[in-house]
Ligand binder design. Structure first.
Ligand SMILES: Cc1cc2nc3c(=O)[nH]c(=O)nc-3n(C[C@H](O)[C@H](O)[C@H](O)COP(=O)(O)OP(=O)(O)OC[C@H]3O[C@@H](n4cnc5c(N)ncnc54)[C@H](O)[C@@H]3O)c2cc1C
Length: 399
């Protein structure tokens, strides 16, 4: 295919790979440049609401994803000290019947592997590993990207560049955005535990969300139910960037005191001998994403705090909308990119805001926590879930 139909993507994360598939299906050739030498299993659990699973199923990936996904039956909100249920939001058949798609939990590595497999099979997608995008120059016919591959500098030409290069996006910096991610004063500890090593209760296909003092705990099964993903989020001032710093069980247990965290909640923490941790960073919503033949996608455009479990889902939505805009204006790529940004800006800003707000709600203390728990009890699961219709009920073509 002529270079004039080539779109370059920086980053082979969930966003970049999904965009490769959607853009190739829109009739373009795609070259994905990824800095990592191998796309090995990194990260742990991800939740994907119906807004995202619907799109992955639409890409023909249901058969490959279903064996590794866990269809979640509910989100169970629990009191950290007493273990009592505060509210239960039914997912399972309820959400599938209402919104037409399941709510899944997946290991990030499994989702990435399925996307890589589909991209590798696609004749119009090429993935170049060990290839770090460093700069770009725009010209009359599109764009030339300069990347570092091993010790060499390589140039790639195309009609557009999509910066899907994550939270610390080099493309965002190169576009002149003045902001860098701000530390959100929290650390997320995560662990993966074999399902056959834990109590029955942890194995059930539920998201369990435990609300405690200045901390919360989330767990759910992944990899077809064979692993349990546990995430413990605490206030912290440790702010090293990256996803995989080691944490210790002692560190984690020390932050979940027996005074505020009852036996059941601590049993979840005790199930995990090995932990990793990452510092949470956020970014205010950007006023403008791209410029000329360059745009941003996923965390590069709108990093999400994990309190809404929508980082991957928003990147997947971006990928679908971007391809759809390219189909509408195949001969005016810049117009397509601006239309994509305009379509996505308000929704992703709303999700960023909702994630930040949830973080505050989950970690309330004292009287505020009591009021929160009573309000959740009074509202009940169905009304709490209906409050997320704007999120999970989204379909391409709605804003
Ligand atoms: C290693 C890792 C582990 C993660 N673990 C979790 C987790 O356990 N739970 C969770 O909820 N979320 C996790 N996330 C975040 C989650 O994947 C994202 O929030 C979401 O999927 C949106 O993805 P994205 O594609 O926009 O960005 P990312 O998933 O961050 O992907 C960005 C990709 O771009 C590549 N890249 C960066 N800079 C360059 C460059 N200059 N040139 C070329 N390539 C570049 C990166 O190597 C990466 O592959 C993780 C992300 C990463 C990268």
């Amino acid at each position: 295919m002529a270079p004039s139909r080539t779109i370059l993507i920086a980053g082979a994360g969930i966003g970049g790979l999904t965009a490769a598939l959607t853009i190739a299906s829109a009739g373009f050739r795609v070259v994905v440049l990824e800095q990592a030498a191998r796309l090995e299993e990194t990260g742990a659990g991800l939740q994907l609401g119906p807004n995202a699973t619907r799109l992955l199923i639409g890409l023909g990936l249901r058969e490959r994803l279903e064996p590794v996904a866990v269809a979640l039956s509910c989100i169970r909100v629990r009191h950290a000290r007493t273990g009592a249920d505060i509210a239960t939001l039914s997912l399972g058949d309820t959400i599938a019947a209402r919104l037409g798609a399941p709510y899944w939990a997946l290991h990030r590595g499994d989702l990435q592997a399925v996307l890589v497999e589909a991209a590798t099979k696609h004749p119009d997608i090429e993935i170049k590993l060990n290839c770090r995008v460093e700069d770009f120059a725009t010209h009359a016919n599109g764009i030339t990207v300069e990347a570092r591959q091993s010790h060499e500098t390589v140039d790639e030409r195309g009609v557009a560049l999509i910066g899907a290069d994550g939270l610390w996006s080099a493309i965002r910096g190169r576009l002149g955005h003045p902001f860098t991610p701000q530390f959100a004063q929290h650390t997320a500890y995560r662990a993966l535990v074999p399902a056959d090593a834990v109590a029955d209760e942890l194995r059930s296909p539920q998201v369990q969300l435990w609300l405690g003092q200045d901390a919360h705990l989330v767990h759910y099964p992944v990899r077809g139910g064979t692993l349990i993903n546990i995430v413990a989020i605490v206030h912290d001032d440790w702010q090293e960037p990256g996803w995989n710093a080691p944490g210790t069980a002692d560190d984690v247990l020390a932050r979940f005191s027996t005074r505020a965290w009852g036996r059941d909640a601590r049993a979840v923490l005790n199930a995990a001998p090995h932990w990793q941790k990452w510092a949470l960073y956020g970014l205010p919503a950007l006023r403008r994403w791209g410029q000329g033949p360059v745009t941003l996608l996923g965390d590069a455009a709108h990093p999400m705090l994990p309190f809404l479990a929508q980082g991957a889902a928003m990147a997947i939505e971006d990928a679908v909308v971007l391809a759809e805009r390219l189909v509408r204006s195949p001969n005016d790529i810049e117009a397509a990119l601006r239309a994509y940004e305009k379509t996505r800006a308000a929704r992703t800003a709303r999700a960023q805001h909702a994630a930040r707000r949830n973080g505050g709600i989950y970690q309330m203390t004292g009287l505020s926590a009591l009021a929160r728990n009573s309000a959740m009890r009074v509202m009940g699961g169905p009304r709490l879930l209906a409050g997320y219709d704007w999120l999970y009920g989204w379909r391409n073509g709605t804003s």
